[in-house]
Design a protein around this ligand. Structure first.
Ligand code: IMP
Length: 178
C-alpha cells in the first residue's frame, strides 16, 4: 500500500469488519478547516458533504507534549515537509518525548450524527524503526507496548491499541446497538 489514506482505510475497514460492518471509500475531496481539535475538523468535513448515504470522516494526528501538541492538525503538512527526520532533529536534545495520537471519527446517517475519539499515548523514539504502518509509525513508541515502534509492529498488534482502532471500535459498538 502506498498513501496514508490507503493505510487509514485498511485499518478502519478491518476494525469495522469485526463487527460485521462494511466500509467503502468514496473518491471525493473533503473540506478541511483549520482547528486544534480533530473532532471539529472531522465534523465540519462531514457536515458540508452533500452525499445522501451513511457517511464517516476520520481526522487524525500526532500531538507532541513538549511542543504543545505540534504537529497536531498540521500532521500531514509536517510529514510532507520536515518528515520524521525533521521531527527527530527538532527533538534531538529533548528528554521529554511524550506524545499521543488522536483519531476522531464523525459519522452521520439520515437520522443522527455522532463523533467518537480514540487516543494512544506514547513516546517519540530517537531513530526511525520499522517499515510497517505509515506516517509517524516508525518514530512512535506506544506506552502499552514492549518498546517497539508502531512501525515495528504487525497490523494486528497496532490494531490492538491504536487511536484509530479505538475510535472505530466505539463507532462500531454504537452502530450495532442502533
Ligand atoms: P489525516 O489528516 O487524518 O489524514 O492525518 C494526518 C496525518 O497524520 C497523516 O499525514 C498521517 O500520515 C498521520 N497519521 C494519522 N494517523 C496515523 C497513524 O496511525 N500512523 C502514522 N501516522 C498517522
Amino acid at each position: 500500500m502506498g498513501t496514508s489514506s490507503d493505510h487509514k482505510y485498511a485499518e478502519a475497514k478491518e476494525v469495522l469488519s469485526e463487527y460485521g460492518i462494511e466500509l467503502e471509500r468514496l473518491n471525493i475531496e473533503r473540506v478541511e478547516i483549520q482547528a486544534d481539535d480533530p473532532e471539529l475538523i472531522a465534523e465540519y468535513s462531514l457536515k458540508v458533504l452533500d452525499v445522501d448515504i451513511p457517511l464517516l470522516i476520520e481526522d487524525a494526528g500526532l500531538y507532541i507534549d513538549k511542543y504543545y501538541g505540534f504537529p497536531g492538525p498540521y500532521s500531514s503538512y509536517a510529514l510532507r515537509t520536515i518528515n520524521n527526520e525533521g521531527i527527530l532533529k527538532l527533538m534531538e536534545e529533548d528528554k521529554d518525548r511524550g506524545a499521543k495520537y488522536i483519531s476522531a471519527v464523525a459519522y452521520r446517517d439520515g437520522e443522527t450524527s455522532v463523533t467518537f475519539r480514540g487516543e494512544v499515548r506514547g513516546f517519540i523514539g530517537y531513530d526511525e524503526k520499522g517499515t510497517n504502518g505509515f506516517g509517524y509509525d516508525p518514530i512512535f513508541i506506544p506506552e502499552e507496548g514492549d518498546g517497539r515502534t508502531f512501525g515495528e509492529m504487525s497490523a494486528e498488534e497496532k490494531a490492538h491499541i491504536s487511536h484509530r482502532a479505538r475510535a472505530f471500535r466505539k463507532l462500531a459498538e454504537w452502530l450495532v446497538k442502533q
